[in-house]
Write a protein that binds this ligand. Structure first.
Ligand code: CMX
Length: 135
């Protein structure tokens, strides 16, 4: 598998309206996109930090994975996303190495990327996302 860089860090927040001013006014980043990902039940806000992005995640429903995360662990770093040159091949490779997959096949995520998650119970406690730009 060829991972080129950290595509983004996902950070769970209760409220984008409350979190965005910290990133803009304290850290000096600019929010360049807000997007709802309906099937994941989250609203996202994106900032660029060099080649990497920060993705804030606000749950839009109590059933959202992010709502469960905040309830159990509080706000904070939720996942790390690595850019690869082929998510489907990367999934097959890590599964063959014994990693438990959350997504058996790539699906569409925020910003139109093809994405898939690996289960944190088999990645040393770090929810891990693999992603690629669609062709
Ligand atoms: N990072 C690390 N560990 C996590 C975690 C996270 N983000 N979320 C849950 N866990 C842990 C739980 O604490 C729990 O551990 P313990 O059993 O030791 O307490 C374990 O994983 C299982 O958790 P659970 O509560 O039983 O299961 P959930 O129903 O909460 O599901 C997970 C957990 C990771 C499978 C689910 O959140 C998931 O499928 N995530 C992938 C999709 C996603 O996160 N979407 C939101 C972002 C979308 C986007 O970026 O656009």
């Amino acid at each position: 598998m060829n991972i080129s860089h950290i595509e983004h860090l996902g950070i769970a927040v209760k409220s984008l309206d409350e979190a965005i001013p910290y990133y803009e006014q304290v850290l000096g980043f600019k929010c360049y996109a807000i997007e709802e990902v309906a099937d994941q039940k989250v609203k996202t806000a994106f900032f660029k930090v060099g080649q990497t992005k920060i993705e804030l995640l606000e749950p839009t429903s109590e059933e959202s994975a992010v709502a469960k995360f905040i309830e159990k662990r509080g706000e904070g770093i939720h996942h790390i996303a690595f850019a690869t040159d082929g998510v489907a091949a990367a999934l097959a490779e890590v599964e063959a190495k014994g990693v438990r997959l959350i997504d058996k096949a790539p699906r569409k995520g925020a910003e139109g990327l093809n994405i898939a998650f690996l289960h944190p119970k088999s990645t040393l406690g770090v929810l891990t996302e693999l992603c690629e730009k669609p062709e």
